[in-house]
Write a protein that binds this ligand. Structure first.
Ligand code: CAO
Length: 420
């Protein structure tokens, strides 16, 4: 059923200007999600959706004037019990009434952050400030309570962008390329259209930014996991009895921690000026998880302090929660290094994109038996797993990239080292 959404009671204000449209046709809207921002000479207000549903039309655009009762959108009302609904922001993050904020007040820290649903929450003052500077709020990580974006986060982002020579919009990194033309594909045959999921909408710009702003190099190597696999198979029944799946990824996580200890500059981030390193003395590993809604990267904390079975259990739980769309924002923060494993699917190698502000990411492909000459010159069938390490060449030299994967391969080839 399609319903019109109207401007609610906004006091005595009439003909108030629409300064921002926060949603697009085809978006799945949650109840109380902000749809547009309007602004009088004294205040800005965000207008939330009274119901959840699919946005069929947006009936206003920036610059339009609206008053109480003006129709701003049409929404097709649907069940709110979808997996995507479950990963939405906690209720307290979303104002129940239009948020009236005096400008001088909204320049102070206000609720605004990117939730796991991929939406950007911003107070009118923070949004206005970002708009004036041409800053895309989706590019900013908030440091306020519960990850909220503060005005100083925008200032810091602009400062950093200018220092690194990039454009403040985040998307403009100095490339002067022609815009892709809109093509009418229906001229060539039947087509249908569907919107990108919210996770893809939010992760896409981040992946793009990381791809163009970080000088990536990918180092390829392979590790002999013949003994590791024999050990794993030997432990499988015990693992199953304990209700966990002991996959090669769990061993990979332990091996990565050993490599991060050996090469601390991989367990680091560039500081905000881009002139120094922040070295981390904890070992939180992000794991790329393929979900129906898109790729998410939950973080397993303190991997150095956990055993194989404990890690296997945690990995199983977080990947299930990720697929159910139930991960909280905090569970995707604080990673030191990411592992992206396509080993359960196939392929012989790929070039993973670094998950900034981390400095490196390990791609793992499917292990296969290969003929390998042993030290005595005898040909052996060995189980080899491809490793693909992408690293930030501003910080990590090629030689260290090669040393890192060599060390990793060495760790994986001797199960005793991993278990020690
Ligand atoms: N080589 C051979 N077999 C492998 C393997 C490898 N490198 N890695 C996993 N396998 C096997 C597992 O052992 C399992 O088989 P068994 O049940 O017989 O033991 C099977 O493949 C399936 O494993 P899995 O994928 O379900 O489990 P996992 O722990 O390896 O991975 C998870 C978990 C969540 C990371 C994975 O399911 C996933 O989502 N991967 C996709 C990540 C992704 O999309 N990355 C690309 C991002 S773009 O940079």
């Amino acid at each position: 059923m399609t319903e019109a959404i109207e401007i609610p009671d906004i006091g005595d204000y009439q003909d108030v200007e629409v300064i921002e449209v926060l949603v697009s046709v085809g978006d799945t809207i949650e109840k109380e999600q902000n749809l547009i921002t309007i602004e009088t000479d004294k205040a800005s207000m965000e207008i939330p959706a009274p119901k959840a549903g699919l946005l069929k039309s947006v009936d206003v655009q920036v610059g339009d004037k609206v008053s109480q009762g003006s129709v701003i959108a049409h929404i097709s009302v649907e069940s709110s019990d979808t997996p995507e609904e479950k990963i939405e922001e906690p209720q307290e993050e979303v104002p129940k009434e239009p948020t009236k904020e005096l400008e001088k007040k909204t320049n102070s820290p206000e609720p605004s952050h990117i939730g796991p649903s991929g939406k950007v929450y911003a107070s009118p003052g923070v949004r206005r400030f970002a708009r004036e500077l041409g800053v895309d709020l989706a590019q900013i990580t908030g440091t306020g309570p519960k990850g909220r974006i503060l005005k100083e986060n925008i200032q810091q982002y602009v400062k950093q962008s200018l220092a690194s020579g990039g454009g403040v919009s985040g998307g403009d990194l100095g490339f002067n390329l022609p815009k892709a033309q809109a093509i009418d594909f229906s001229a060539f045959g039947d087509i249908s259209q569907e919107p990108l999921s919210r996770i893809k909408k939010i992760s896409g710009p981040f992946l793009h930014r990381n791809w163009v702003s970080i000088p990536h190099v990918t180092q390829f190597d392979e590790a002999d996991i013949t003994e590791l696999e024999a050990f794993r198979q030997g432990q499988k029944t015990l693992a199953e009895k304990q209700g966990v799946r002991l996959t090669p990824l769990v061993f990979m996580m332990k091996a990565v921690v050993s490599a991060l200890r050996e090469f601390p500059h991989f367990n680091a981030s560039l500081d905000s000026e881009g002139t120094g390193l922040i070295i981390k003395h904890y070992y939180h590993i992000g794991i790329a998880v393929d979900t129906p809604q898109g790729l998410v990267v939950p973080v397993v904390r303190d991997v150095d302090q956990k055993g194989l079975f404990g890690l296997a259990r945690e990995l199983g739980e977080i990947s299930q929660r990720a697929r159910d769309g139930k991960l909280g924002a905090k569970e995707m923060q604080g990673g030191c290094f990411t592992i992206s494993s396509l080993g359960g699917i196939g392929g012989s190698g790929f070039t993973p994109i670094i998950n900034a502000p981390e400095l490196a990411i390990l791609g793992v492909s499917k292990a296969s038996k290969k003929p390998v000459y042993d030290l005595a010159g005898e040909l052996q069938a060995r189980l080899m797993v491809p490793l693909c390490l992408s690293y930030d060449h501003r910080v990590i030299d090629g030689a260290d990239g090669a040393r890192f994967t060599k060390f990793l391969a060495h760790q994986l080839s001797d199960i005793r080292r991993l278990l020690l």
